[in-house]
Ligand binder design. Structure first.
Ligand code: COI
Length: 355
């Protein structure tokens, strides 16, 4: 059970929701709830932490986030349990990663209690926004932006830390068709790939647009300059089942340390299956497919949960994955993870935080 250290100043909205949100839950990210959390960073300290009605924030056009892009975020989900309570999935992992991202982007870190309390108190206030439709959740979006008004290039001295909430239906409704990138990259060594920096998502948009225009759901991001090693897909970590073994790219500085990625690895290990975190080439995937050993492939992320791939296209070659009923990992892992998230099975890993 979450214990609060902070008591934030709270201003409630006059028009706040009075009943629990019902079906259909809006598309991912399209609706925000009635309240938000906001704190300011000035003179080396986090101050003025408060919960307010959802509202616009005044910012000068010279604020450094608009020019130099110091911006990081997190994605977390709260789930309506079968007994009606609300629990949040592994928020402490997101706090750790938020601070990893902050350090990489020369931004201030957030104390554990401030991060955890900002989320739990806001979700408590917005309890009626946590849906109970199958596959749905309340998406929690903590983020930090640079607000110093200065056009000189330097790390900002002022920041805003905020938390927004958004009721979320499933991100993908069907298995995905994936295009292997041969000229855009998402991340490079020495860069920010391991951080949840807004710029990582900005640089990936053009590839996503091109993949969509060709009829694909997402890009499979490859390592430059030879486009042989697989990194991620869209905004997800990736897994391939080759024979009996599940393989996922190792955390090499380019790969996001996904909370769902970590959870899948623990579930697979716990079930006694073989899992390898290592470099993986597209040639190995092609070879496995040719030899009928490519048994499953899927992406993982907070938004998408476990998203199976249907087809992977490399140059002009289409690799069709086996029908969903024959997948050895993606179905069972998604079901097992969902059961933990919705409180339908004992939380043996102690992942769920009750609020
Ligand atoms: C996630 O799935 O972890 C995300 O943060 C995706 C989000 C960018 C929509």
């Amino acid at each position: 059970m979450a214990t609060l250290t902070h008591r934030f100043e709270v201003t409630l909205s006059d028009t706040a929701r009075k009943e629990q949100i019902s079906s259909p839950v809006p598309d991912f990210g399209s609706v925000t709830t009635d309240h938000m959390f906001i704190a300011e960073y000035a003179n080396g300290q986090w101050v003025n932490a408060r919960i307010t009605p959802f509202q616009n924030i005044p910012m000068g056009p010279a604020s450094s986030v608009f020019h130099y892009g110091q911006a990081i975020f997190e994605g977390i989900k709260a789930y309506r349990q079968v007994d009606g309570k609300v629990k949040i999935f592994r928020p402490e992992k997101n706090w750790e990663r938020f601070n990893t991202s902050a350090e990489r982007m020369a931004m201030p870190t957030i104390p554990r209690d401030l991060f955890m309390d900002s989320i739990t108190e806001l979700v408590q206030i917005e309890n009626l926004w946590v849906p109970d439709e199958e596959g749905s959740s309340l998406y929690i979006r903590p983020f930090m932006i640079a607000t110093e008004e200065l056009l000189r290039v330097k790390p900002s001295d002022n920041f805003l830390y905020m938390v927004l909430l958004s009721p979320a239906a499933n991100y993908y409704s069907k298995p995905l068709n994936i295009l292997v990138s041969d000229h855009y990259t998402r991340a490079d060594y020495g860069g920010t790939g391991f951080a949840k920096a807004a710029g990582n998502y900005a640089r990936a948009m053009k590839g996503q647009v091109e993949a969509r225009a060709k009829g694909y759901d997402q890009m499979l991001w490859m390592e430059s300059p030879d486009y042989k090693y697989i990194q991620e897909s869209g905004t997800m970590n990736v897994f391939f089942a080759i024979g009996e073994t599940l393989v996922t790219p190792a955390l090499d500085g380019c790969i996001l340390d996904g909370v769902t990625r970590d959870s899948i690895i623990q579930l697979v290990r716990n079930a006694g299956h073989k899992i390898e975190e290592r470099r993986i080439t597209i040639d190995e995937v092609l070879w496995a497919h040719k030899n009928n050993l490519l048994r499953d492939a899927f992406g993982t992320g907070t938004a998408a949960s476990v998203a199976p791939f249907q087809k992977i296209t490399y140059k002009s070659m289409d690799l069709e994955l086996p029908p969903m009923a024959e997948r050895p990992f993606s179905n069972d892992l998604k079901t097992e993870l969902d059961k933990i998230k919705y409180g339908q099975t004992p939380d043996i890993f102690n992942w769920m935080l009750e609020i």
